[in-house]
Write a protein that binds this ligand. Structure first.
Ligand code: FAD
Length: 310
């Protein structure tokens, strides 16, 4: 738990970011979790996944944008990506995931409006190219505004997906509010530093909450997107889908690029829908730190990377 907290704190550290980002071995580790720096790398990864029967949700890395110009540039990166997804056609099986703080949320009192407008532009482009958007969920401070943005944009874009995090105590209420008919809901445990006042911190409590939320979602009219690598939860999702009469087209599993790739292919081979979250871009530091916090076994490798600084 201490290591996890330390790594999650490190995710926001500019000094560590500068130190780690320059090391060659760290870049080697990045390659396991990040598809590459350019749109072409992300598309190549999506193509490889599609050949294995896997869909993807492509994320242009970046978060906590400090200037409106950066928010604009992130939005344009998504528009360019969507042009390429459109050119590739439906065989690519790709949608996009967007972080609100990458496109303006947090930029002062106008930030929410700016993020809503930018995500709206991304939704328009996705619709024009026959695909969808999912809005990632970030730390607890961003949750209320993110949910307001999704609720608002869903009026014009009913396929807009949102993410709910089982570690937050508020999520039962949010599920009830967001899980309307056909609503695409990605359920995950939650990747940010949890505040004990508002979140479950013990893994056992987070897992129990996940099962409660999963049951609610499977019994609802929403479209569940089961985002976990946890074998027990994957098994429970399959059981609940069977019990609630959901066929393989009525929900999907989601996993991260580079995490349990054999399990991704195994599930797809059973006929299940599986979508892989494919991050790309240069701003990989915060994303990588969260992946290390989830899997301390990777930390020794990262520590050697920093120590040798080659
Ligand atoms: C598609 C997708 C989208 C997500 N979007 C969001 C989001 O918008 N907001 C958010 O807060 N969180 C998001 N997450 C992250 C999520 O909240 C968890 O932090 C993450 O999935 C790890 O939790 P877990 O359910 O896999 O269970 P865990 O208990 O962390 O892991 C279960 C098992 O999975 C394997 N595993 C898990 N993580 C790793 C890893 N990094 N490296 C290697 N093996 C690993 C291990 O075998 C582990 O024992 C997303 C996750 C996925 C899969």
């Amino acid at each position: 738990m201490v290591l996890r907290r330390t790594l999650l704190a490190a995710a926001g550290s500019e000094r560590l970011r500068a130190l780690v980002s320059g090391t060659r071995p760290a870049r080697g580790l990045v390659g396991r979790f990040v598809a590459g720096e350019d749109t072409a790398d992300a598309l190549a990864a999506a193509r490889r996944l599609a050949a294995d029967g896997l869909s993807s949700s492509i994320d242009h890395l970046g978060e906590a944008t400090a200037h409106p110009a950066q928010a604009e540039s992130a939005t344009r990166a998504y528009l360019a990506l969507l042009d390429r997804i459109g050119e590739a056609g439906p065989g690519l099986r790709a949608e996009v995931s967007v972080k609100p703080t990458a496109v303006g949320l947090g930029l002062g009192p106008e930030g929410e409006e700016l993020a809503a407008a930018n995500i709206g532009r991304v939704c328009e482009a996705a619709a024009a190219h026959g695909t969808t958007v999912t809005v990632d969920m970030e730390d607890a401070a961003a949750v209320p505004a993110t949910l307001r943005i999704v609720a608002r944009l869903r009026a014009g874009h009913p396929g807009l997906g949102c993410v709910l995090q089982s570690y937050l105590r508020r999520t039962s209420d949010d599920l009830a509010a967001m899980a309307g008919s056909g609503a695409r809901i990605r359920l995950c445990k939650g990747a940010y530093a949890p505040d004990p006042a508002t979140a479950y911190t013990a893994p056992r409590d987070v897992d129990s909450a996940y099962v409660r939320h999963l049951r609610f979602l499977m019994e609802s009219d929403a479209y569940p997107m089961v985002a976990t690598h946890d074998p027990r939860l994957i098994g429970i999702a399959g059981m609940l889908a069977e019990r609630t009469g959901r066929g393989p087209d009525a929900f999907e599993y989601q996993m991260l690029y580079g995490v349990r790739p054999d399990e991704q292919r195994r599930l797809a081979a059973t006929g299940a829908r599986v979508r892989v979250y494919v991050p790309f871009g240069r701003e990989w530091y915060g994303y990588l730190a969260r992946r290390l916090a989830e899997r301390p076994a990777n930390v020794a490798f990262a520590a050697r990377a920093v120590a040798t600084r080659s």
